[in-house]
Design a binder for this molecule. Sequence first.
Ligand SMILES: Nc1ncnc2c1ncn2[C@@H]1O[C@H](COP(=O)(O)OP(=O)(O)OP(=O)(O)O)[C@@H](O)[C@H]1O
Length: 277
Amino acid sequence: MPPNPKKALSIVEPAATVDPGRSTVIRIAGLSKRFLTARGEFEALRGIDLAIGEGEFVCLLGASGCGKTTLLRILAGLDRHTDGVAEIRAAQLGQPLTSVVFQEHSIFPWMTVWDNVAYGLRARKLDKAFVRERVDFFVHKVGLASFARALPHQLSGGMKQRVSIARAFANDPEILLMDEPFSALDEQNRAILQEELLRIWSDTRKTVVFITHSIDEAVFLADRVVVLGGPPGHVVMDARVTFARPRNAYELRALPEFGALVADFGAHIKAGVNGRR
Ligand SMILES: Nc1ncnc2c1ncn2[C@@H]1O[C@H](COP(=O)(O)OP(=O)(O)OP(=O)(O)O)[C@@H](O)[C@H]1O
């Protein structure tokens, strides 16, 4: 079916609650995070309330230092919150809760593309035939089938980031956490990977939490955009982006509604900085 971005115009609605048709996968309530520093306590996050539904693609926006990575690290279990609740619902036992894709690809330089993608599955000692099938599938999905036996130093930055993405999806986590995964890429590669990510996501319908500094990227990718202000980080806007899918980057960006939405989010990011708590 041809993309029809006009079908659902960019209606921004408050989205503090999960769609009635979705079950809640991530529940964050009254969450605060304070770091102990040499100069005393530093409050990075204060009173975050957020419920994210199964299969939602959520982008986190906000000025530098407002706590986006801190929130993601708490969800990934890499850091602990100080107060409040951060829960991820486990649908299936034995499945990892999260996989994380960072800005700097974090693949093992001594392992081939294929072995990198297989890493998490092998660590879980899954059936070899299952691992082979799943790794082949995702290596192919990210367009690296002919590089399956290549080592990371033989790949471009964009290709390395594809390996990280394939590995994260192959792991089959409850949720995928992505921290500015495309920010080190040139514009062309970034656009290609955004489209690839959406294609894989639409096949798998994983829940994704994606940090970006690019408002344009957020509006193109997300079902929902959460703008953080601060510090201390707090939610200043939580809105749905209802452009129809599949989305065509060129058609979408040509719509006045797209520009209006980008401007609106931009204004909220600015207000979040100015309204520091
Ligand atoms: N381990 C730490 N110890 C002390 N302060 C920290 C620590 N980690 C983060 N911070 C502080 O918490 C605040 C939020 O940092 P965080 O990296 O989450 O922001 P961010 O929104 O992701 O920023 P950016 O967009 O620049 O990546 C910053 O002021 C940072 O200095």
